[in-house]
Ligand binder design. Structure first.
Ligand SMILES: Cc1cc2nc3c(=O)[nH]c(=O)nc-3n(C[C@H](O)[C@H](O)[C@H](O)COP(=O)(O)OP(=O)(O)OC[C@H]3O[C@@H](n4cnc5c(N)ncnc54)[C@H](O)[C@@H]3O)c2cc1C
Length: 308
């Protein structure tokens, strides 16, 4: 991460990155989900921002919130089961022993399993986000275990920057839902690409491979040219219909025109909608967003001056 972004005090991070978060309660997040569906026919995947956990009480609170999210999503009457929001979660949200600090992720798998079991009873899909390289084995193993236990409503995220991803694709359980991203964590050259165009080329190659192998592909990028290559070239070349893929973007990234056009063409689109129980827990995510798009600070300032 850019050291200057790391130095911005939390108050200003929150101020500048406000558009990326639906709010500081589940009710506000569900209101955003409702708006997206009613006004723009966009689906959502709901995410609680809760990284960098230092106390067990916080990890327990995160689990309780996810169980409430399962109920909120299952009870939501905005769309039929097909348009229902999914949940996205990060394994690091449930442990005070994070792997990147040499910990053993104590409690993470148990919490994920509890959420996945609750979601199974209510027909809610769950995607386990992919964090930094320290978590890749853990996350893939967790998903494999859940799959072996019969949970077919779980999906994984694969980062095209990682060199291991090709092998991970080959080893995926048959038919597992996959979100394909370039990856947000800056990884060293020994394990990952450092060149964005190469990551994006891989994204198109891997999407084709996954579609041909029978996976449901969630193509997650804001790069308009890459989205167009996916829907206009890769999908037709693979001979699959609109029931086999969707395009995903992050809440707050301005892509209204492209999303409206995709919806008009009958392509499913879903936004990743994060919310926080407390703003302090959102800062890590927001810093990453500002790091990938520092211009947001200028946009927010410009809007403010226009209002003033
Ligand atoms: C739905 C979804 C889920 C994701 N889940 C994960 C995950 O589990 N693990 C993981 O490592 N990564 C995840 N990511 C992040 C992803 O890996 C990329 O870091 C991120 O999408 C930016 O890459 P890009 O493909 O959009 O390409 P970029 O080249 O970074 O961006 C393409 C264009 O979009 C603009 N843009 C990009 N980001 C922003 C922004 N924040 N605000 C405004 N404009 C922006 C850029 O300026 C550029 O013009 C997810 C992304 C999405 C959309």
């Amino acid at each position: 991460m850019n050291p200057l972004i790391r130095l911005i005090p939390p108050f200003f991070v929150r101020f500048f990155a406000r558009p990326y978060v639906a709010g500081d309660s589940l009710d506000l997040a569900m209101a955003a989900v409702n708006d997206l569906w009613k006004k723009r026919s966009l689906m959502a995947t709901l995410d609680l921002l809760a990284e960098d956990i230092r106390e067990q009480g916080q990890a327990d609170e995160n689990l309780r919130t996810y169980l409430r999210m399962v109920d909120a999503v299952a009870d939501w009457k905005g769309a039929g089961p097909e348009g229902r929001p999914t949940l996205s979660l990060k394994p690091s949200s449930y442990t005070t022993k994070p792997l990147q600090e040499g910990g053993d992720a104590k409690g993470s798998f148990e919490a994920i399993e509890a959420i996945v079991e609750a979601a199974a009873k209510k027909g809610v899909q769950v995607t386990v986000d992919m964090e930094s390289r320290h978590w890749t084995d853990f996350t893939i193993d967790a998903l494999n275990k859940l799959w072996q236990k019969g949970h077919r409503h779980v999906g994984c995220v694969l980062q095209t920057r990682m060199h291991r991803t090709e092998a991970d694709i080959a080893a995926l359980p048959e038919g597992m839902r996959v979100r394909l991203v370039i990856g947000i964590y800056r990884e060293p050259g020994e394990v990952a690409l450092v060149d964005k165009p190469a990551m994006k080329k891989r994204m198109l190659d891997y999407a084709a491979r996954l579609l041909k192998a029978g996976h449901y592909v969630e193509f997650a990028t804001h790069d308009e040219a890459v989205v167009r290559q996916f829907v206009d070239q890769v999908v037709p070349a693979c001979g699959v219909g609109p029931d086999r893929f969707e395009v995903q973007m992050l809440y707050g990234v301005p892509r209204e025109r492209l999303l409206a056009e995709l919806r008009q063409r009958g392509i499913r689109c879903r936004l990743y909608v994060p919310f926080a129980n407390s703003w302090g827990l959102a800062v890590q995510y927001l810093r990453r967003r500002l790091d990938e798009y520092p211009a947001m600070m200028w946009l927010v300032t410009k809007n403010l001056l226009r209002i003033g």
